[in-house]
Structure formats: C-alpha cells, structure tokens
Design a protein around this ligand. Structure first.
Ligand code: FES
Length: 99
C-alpha cells in the first residue's frame, strides 16, 4: 500500500512540469520538492562554495537548503512552493543569479 492509499487520498488528475528540461508528472497539492522526490530527484542546488549538491534538509521552510529556480525565479524554497501545471524548474547553482 502506498502513502496515498494509506491516507485514503484521491488527488485530482496529474499535470506536467519540467526539471532541467525533463518532463515530470506531478500530482495536485504537492510541493516542488515532493514532485522532484517522487521523480527520483534528490538534489537540485549546488552550494556557492565547492558546488556541493543540496536538496531537502528540514522540509519545513527553515533551513533554505532546498532553494531552486522556478519559472526563472531563483531562491524558491522547494519544500514550500506548490507545484503548478507547466512550471519550469531548474537546478540552482550558487545564488541562482549571475554573480
Ligand atoms: S528543506 Fe529546509 S527550507 Fe526547504
């Protein structure tokens, strides 16, 4: 039994987003982080110093480890931002701005 079945949840129809150009199916109500995790993606940012990979750490909007670029807006917390149909999600390098 998967978590949706366990909780008796029946989400609406899936929609599509892209991550670094890859098409990913998303369910309504999921955050960007949840959509990426469900697609097997666990890292979507690199650190300013050393370029080390980062993804979700706290999962509640506190640590800012999950920053990602969504629809050309860098610095979005993937664990808080709801995924929307057609979102263009990109790996964020450093601050996400041309430094
Ligand atoms: S994982 Fe900590 S703010 Fe998103």
């Amino acid at each position: 039994m998967n978590p949706l079945e366990c909780a008796g949840v029946r989400p609406g129809p899936a929609f599509e987003v892209t991550f670094d150009g890859r098409r990913i199916e998303a369910l309504p109500g999921r955050t960007v982080a949840a959509v990426l995790w469900a697609a097997g993606v666990t890292s979507w940012r690199t650190t300013r110093n050393g370029g080390r990979p980062r993804g979700v750490f706290c999962g509640i909007g506190v640590c800012f480890d999950c920053l990602v670029t969504v629809n050309d807006r860098p610095g979005q917390r993937a664990c808080l931002v709801p995924a929307r149909p057609g979102d263009v999600i990109r790996t964020q390098e450093g601050t996400g701005h041309a430094d």
